[in-house]
Design a protein around this ligand. Sequence first.
Ligand SMILES: Cc1ncc(COP(=O)(O)O)c(C=O)c1O
Length: 426
Amino acid sequence: MPTLRERSAAVMPPMALHNLPFGIDHAQGSYLYTDDGRKILDFGSGIAVNNLGHNAPTVVAAAKAQLDKMVHCCHNLFHYEVETALAERIAGLMGSGYKVYFSNSGAEAVEGAVKLAKRATERPAVIAFKGSFHGRTLLCTSLTASNSAYRKHYEGLVPSIYFAEYPKLFGTPYPMADGTCPKQYFTQFDDLFKKLVDPYTVAAIVMEPVQGEGGYVVPPREWVQYVRDICDKYGIMLVFDEVQTGFGRTGNMFAWQTHGVKPDIMACAKGIANGLPLSAVVGKAEVMDRWTAGAHGGTFGANPVSCAAALATIDMLEGGAIENGRHMGEYFMKGLQAITAKYDAVGDLRGLGLMIGMELVYPDGSPNRDLTAQITAKALERDLFLLSCGCDKNVVRFIAPLTVSQEEIDHALSILREVFAEAIEE
Ligand SMILES: Cc1ncc(COP(=O)(O)O)c(C=O)c1O
């Protein structure tokens, strides 16, 4: 019987990780079970999707019950209970005065959010950030600036998108006094508005509240607030891409709560239904109302099974998973600090909640991609799955499920202690 690896020829996409010797047979809780009999502690969570672990029982039960009731009727045509209930629930999470539109993937939600900003302001231009990742559609590719491979041969992208610097303070080329955010990250907008794009032609500033693919970069709160103030000054929509940060990842339901800065429009996906495909554009009611009939839609949006799973997901998140994730994030961070303090190669350890990144560098401070690859490979040899990220692929990211136990974190830490000793000391 050929293995999954041997049968992989017919399967796209050609991802580097597809060179792994095994495939996945099934998954449960914090673990992946491979087709060659291994049990792997999964600190990748399906790229920040399975925030409640794999196959969270109440989510699976809610999805099964909805399968028997109705799989699809199309939200372009009808209202139905689970879509309405979920919209009410998510709008409620924002406070008052928000509405929700559901689609399927993160890219679709970001695309929808930017379309909505253009529609509401009737302006053409958009500002995004270097280091960003917003998805794979042509508009999202046009907004993405973390890796030129994502854009190669797709040029002739959506016009009038301008890129500003995201404040990555570790390794910043700008002078930094006492750990405060260099002034260039603030003043750059004056320059952009003076030389490149009139602020009154800008529909949206699109930002990840913590940069994901770009290296788990946490911006200073005062800078996020400054961007909010600019948007207010010029009537620009502040769009948060919470696709990766949303649904508990940073220690609150959304990262905007962690920063204390509220967007006009938010895109979310990934953890929303703990693995079933669903995404949402969440916007201020008066902005969403600019989406009149025909302005936006999609056949598969608000799939009833996904909506039922999302309602059960939010129940679990509010019922203790977010709190557990916050505590386990602090515990894990302390453990990582204790293990890595003696290694100069660990240049920066940062994050919010259970969204933790470890940036690895050479003695001269330049990115150490090789060590990053070694750490993730050696961890996997010991049955701990980790992902990397960063524009230079030199950040190890830790995205355990929010339901992770202290024992599982301790186990991961004991593996990492060995891995660091072997990769750096031997
Ligand atoms: C911040 C962010 N935005 C958008 C996306 C795209 O989401 P999807 O792959 O579901 O289209 C991702 C995916 O990694 C993401 O991390």
